[in-house]
Design a protein around this ligand. Structure first.
Ligand code: APR
Length: 241
């Protein structure tokens, strides 16, 4: 599968993964725009914007609580595990659009969450932030300051956390290989990360059963699923070492 780019992979010092919902699809978590994607059944402007939240915080919270329970019950898949294992052979950084925490649960030690995390909450007014450990007695939950708590995720129209984004660009600018796995690359600014890597002459590899916005810009496109292909990559490195 990787023969055509083997030399560059061998010589690579730093590998950066840009991942999306397709990475967790084989863990039973739906994508957004795929056949049974979430946005097929829900209007993102009615459930994933700050205006929608203030219009009906209970509805938004119920939706996120359903997703969180599904995510907490899910397990990292062979794709997640293989990325974590790759750290034995190379410097690996994961820039993920996913809010499910499955990369970290698989053991990846360097993960930047571009769109936040569904297992974290923050106050809409004060600086309170915390991890969700159990279900809430009531929805929407209130902060000890009395204001509404919200999921610590990035909604449409909101900026990414500046420190995370700045660091993500730095990694994209300094990688030798960028593997774009399980994302349609339809959402910005995450979809600009391959452009930074390309400017740095990094090798671009896409793993996705379907074409994406940037398939033409890739050095190698693999029309396969993450769970099938990424373990092959890690195994190849294990044999090289
Ligand atoms: N392995 C690899 N790729 C897969 C798999 C799989 N098992 N299953 C689906 N895919 C691919 C699809 O072909 C599609 O290109 O994953 C991609 C998922 O695309 P989207 O549903 O658009 O998800 P994503 O790119 O992560 O969306 C970006 O949009 O809705 C917002 O904030 C949300 O982070 C999300 C962002």
């Amino acid at each position: 599968m990787f023969e055509s780019v083997l030399d560059k992979l061998k010589a690579a010092r730093k590998i950066v993964f840009v991942t999306g919902a397709g990475m967790s699809q084989e863990s039973g978590i739906p994508t957004f725009r795929g056949k049974d994607g979430l946005w097929r059944n829900y209007d993102p402007m009615k459930i994933a914007t700050i205006d929608a939240f203030y219009e009906n915080p209970k509805l938004v919270w119920e939706w996120y609580e359903d997703r969180r329970k599904n995510i907490v019950a899910a397990q990292p898949n062979p794709g997640h595990n293989a990325i974590a294992e790759l750290e034995r052979y190379k410097e690996v950084v994961v820039l993920t659009q996913n809010i499910d925490g499955l990369h970290q649960r698989a053991g990846s030690t360097k993960v930047l969450e571009l769109h936040g995390s569904i297992i974290r909450i923050k106050c809409t007014v004060c600086s309170f932030q915390d991890y969700i450990v159990s279900s809430f007695d009531m929805l929407p939950p209130l902060c000890k300051c009395g204001k509404i708590l919200r999921p610590d995720v990035v909604w449409f129209g909101e900026p990414l956390p500046q420190d995370v984004w700045t660091e993500a660009i730095a990694h994209a600018n300094s990688c030798d290989v960028m593997i774009i796995a399980g994302t349609s690359l339809l959402v910005s600014p995450a979809n600009t990360l391959p452009l930074y890597a390309k400017q740095n002459n990094a090798l671009l590899i896409e793993i996705n059963p379907e074409d994406t916005m940037m398939s033409v810009d890739m050095n190698l496109t693999i029309r396969e699923t993450c769970s099938n292909i990424i373990p092959e990559l890690t195994e190849m490195f294990s044999k090289l070492n």
